[in-house]
Design a protein around this ligand. Structure first.
Ligand code: ATP
Length: 412
């Protein structure tokens, strides 16, 4: 901890341990942060578990040190924030499952109870923050050994049955850390994959989103296909070399900045039928905006032949593409085999969508255009002319409008 945590965060954590001890409570660092510290990776996202009462401890911390508390007493959780630093405090708890896939029944418990409810041995370790035992590792399930052997192992044989989201979590950690599923875990994972049906759409979607936020999401998706996990979520979803290549190309577009998860999602659903897409939207209870982007992806895909017509002026390209969301456009650019289609999608994304007129309706009126619907049409025609390079500057826009107005006058 001393080496890997920033000094200020370390001081906060140490102080929190002292304040907890003064209240007769015991505090631990838990979960992903312990795993990452032992792997030698820095972690700024700290989860602390207290044998006691987290909201009460957070308030004591604020009193002793200043800072803000956001407490959820009903859940026994609190966030403590001081300047830039923040830590999440949770009351140690034990969990039981009334039926597979249900949310657990929760009651206060010890640190061992709290670790037992976790997903994998490598996430089920804690570090004492109590001054008397500061820095000691709590490792009842031999997570450290599994870290050394690079294994993802569940804590008990019913783990995937209790909560099948752990199936997706297992694949995410396996691929992120470049670990392997321990043999029994792998066997149970295959066997219990049908339990994914017992999980609500919201929870599956959340885990899928976490996968799409990984550095190389395709790795977990390819593995999910091989193990039959992806097909359990939706029979036509595929995690294959096509997808892996497209994800890689998506990253190359913005080196140093990971693609938006929505772009990965659009690529993932790109080969679904429209009906299949609707099924997935319903199953995962997608938010309205996400559902729209997913539908956009497939509608645009069906309209791409129009974009492959020869000799399309930029204004026509604009009209064909203006109603689609950027992720849908980019996904189709990455997915299309046609260089011309790709080039036109990129022309729209990189240039055409930013083309704006210098003149507005008021300017047109000032130049003599009569108010009314024709004004709107003239603005649109002017925009198209600008897209097609016929009016580059404000002055050229004014000249073009002037010519059009004279033509109208001559006609009447
Ligand atoms: P990371 O993705 O780096 O592990 P994290 O540790 O913050 O980040 P979260 O998804 O926030 O991961 O989960 C925090 C901890 O809660 C995990 O380390 C794990 O022990 C536990 N956890 C999360 N989801 C489950 C689950 N479905 N079943 C059991 N334990 C879980």
């Amino acid at each position: 901890m001393e080496e890997r945590l920033p000094a200020e965060l370390l001081e906060l954590v140490r102080k929190a341990g002292e304040v907890a001890a003064s209240q007769g409570q015991r505090l631990y660092l838990v979960g992903g942060a312990v795993r990452d510290l032992l792997l030698g990776q820095p972690s700024l996202d700290l989860d602390l578990v207290v044998e006691g009462h987290a909201p009460e401890l957070a308030r004591h911390l604020a009193r002793a040190w200043g800072g803000e508390v956001l407490a959820h007493p009903h859940f026994g959780t609190a966030k403590f924030r001081r300047g830039e630093l923040s830590i999440d405090l949770v009351t140690a708890r034990s969990e039981t499952y009334s039926r597979p896939g249900a949310l657990p029944n929760v009651k206060p418990g010890s640190i061992d109870d709290d670790l037992l409810r976790r997903d994998f041995t490598i996430n089920a370790m804690a570090i004492h923050l109590d001054p008397a035992s500061y820095g000691e590792l709590v490792d009842p399930y031999h997570g450290r050994g599994d870290l050394d052997q690079r294994l993802i192992r569940i804590l008990h044989p019913k783990s995937f049955v209790d909560d099948a989201t752990r199936i997706l979590r297992a694949l995410r950690y396996e691929q992120r850390l470049d670990f392997q599923l321990e043999a029994t875990t792998a066997e149970l994972l295959r066997q219990d994959t049908p339990m994914l049906d017992s999980i609500t759409g919201d929870r599956i979607r959340h885990e899928l989103e976490l996968i799409l936020r990984e550095a190389y999401p395709e790795k977990a998706l390819v593995q999910a296909q091989e193990l039959g996990v992806l097909a359990r979520i939706h029979p036509s979803l595929r995690g294959d070399s096509w997808l892996a290549e497209r994800f890689g190309e998506a990253r190359e577009l913005t080196p140093g900045t990971p693609p938006e998860p929505s772009l990965y999602l659009c690529l993932l659903i790109h080969r679904l039928s429209k009906e299949g897409n609707e099924l997935l939207i319903r199953r995962l209870r997608m938010a309205k905006a996400t559902a729209r982007t997913m539908r956009d992806t497939l509608t645009l895909k069906s309209e791409l032949p129009a974009l492959a017509e020869p000799c399309l002026p930029p204004s026509s390209i604009y009209r064909l593409l203006e109603r689609y969301s950027p992720a849908a456009l980019l996904a189709n650019a990455l997915a299309s085999d046609s260089p011309l289609v790709r080039q036109r999608l990129h022309l729209f994304l990189d240039e055409l969508r930013y083309v704006k007129l210098s003149l507005n309706g008021e300017d047109l009126k000032r130049l003599g255009a009569p108010p009314g619907p024709r004004l709107g049409r003239m603005l649109q025609a002017l925009h198209e002319a600008k897209l097609d390079g016929e009016a580059k500057t404000r002055q050229e826009e004014e000249e073009l409008v002037g010519r059009w107005l004279r033509l109208v006058e001559d006609d009447s």
